[in-house]
Design a protein around this ligand. Structure first.
Ligand SMILES: [Mg+2]
Length: 253
């Protein structure tokens, strides 16, 4: 495996499954850090703050602070700031999304907003969809944290942010600007935040069409681990090729 550089880890299916850590994850991350590698966690999850995500990892025995985490909610807040400046927003999403947006200097509002920002919202309603539509019809930008169709849970799947994004896209006829993997904005935020060059980064993910595609698109070394969403046969089916395939995060190094 390439030299110290930086290791970018997706979370679900790579570091843990729901509440259970993947065996060997904590040891590998500690070893990479001891060898001088920067370790960053990169997740499309937009329901929690970076602090919440760091606390979960910390609780699993992986030393982590908010500064080691890039979520699609955090990336959306910085992406909007860089592209459009401080903005008013209507959220279809959970508290973690609202907190990250407000912290970056954006202001939540119900009407005549600059942006409608959509992430996973487990309290999604027809009224929220109608309010999102109303704002888009009045000229708001449509920003999606991610378009993941499903959310993996411990043993099953639930509808993901992509299903809510699709509902608003269908109602409005407007295509969203998507921040999360495999799209460019979250990767640009990551590289900018840590002053990294893509060529010195190894992207480790379990999902070809988000993690591996995102890494390939920016020129990172990509590692598919087989502990999550994608299987070997998906590589041919999707035509998305990782540089390396490993059974698990425990096989890194
Ligand atoms: Mg994953």
């Amino acid at each position: 495996m390439a030299g110290p550089g930086a290791y970018i880890f997706d979370l679900d299916g790579v570091v843990y499954h729901g509440r259970s850590i993947i065996p060997g994850a904590a040891e590998i991350i500690e070893r990479l850090r001891a060898a001088g590698s920067r370790v960053v966690f990169l997740t499309n999850n937009a329901t929690r703050t970076r602090e919440d995500i760091a606390a979960k990892l910390d609780g699993m025995g992986i030393g982590c602070s908010a500064g080691d985490v890039i979520s699609s909610a955090y990336a959306a807040s910085l992406h909007i700031l860089k592209q459009y400046g401080p903005s008013s927003f209507f959220p279809i999403g959970e508290q973690g999304l609202v907190t990250e947006l407000e912290r970056a200097g954006h202001t939540m509002s119900g009407q005549n907003v600059d942006c409608v920002v959509v992430g996973l919202d487990r309290q999604f309603t027809y009224d929220k969809l109608a309010a999102g539509l109303d704002n888009l019809r009045k000229g708001a930008r449509f920003i999606a944290t991610n378009t993941d169709a499903m959310l993996p849970t411990e043993n099953d799947f639930l509808p993901g942010a992509g299903s809510m994004v699709a509902a608003l896209a269908a109602a409005s006829g407007v295509e969203p600007e998507v921040v999360g993997k495999p799209n460019r904005p979250i990767m640009d935020v990551l590289l900018r935040e840590y002053g990294l060059k893509a060529g010195e980064c190894t992207m480790v993910g379990d999902r070809l069409e988000t993690d591996i595609l995102a890494g390939n698109n920016v020129g990172m070394h990509t590692v598919l681990v087989l502990t999550g969403a994608s299987r070997m046969e998906d590589i041919e089916d999707l035509g998305i090729r990782p540089d390396t395939i490993l059974d698990s995060i425990a096989d890194i190094g």
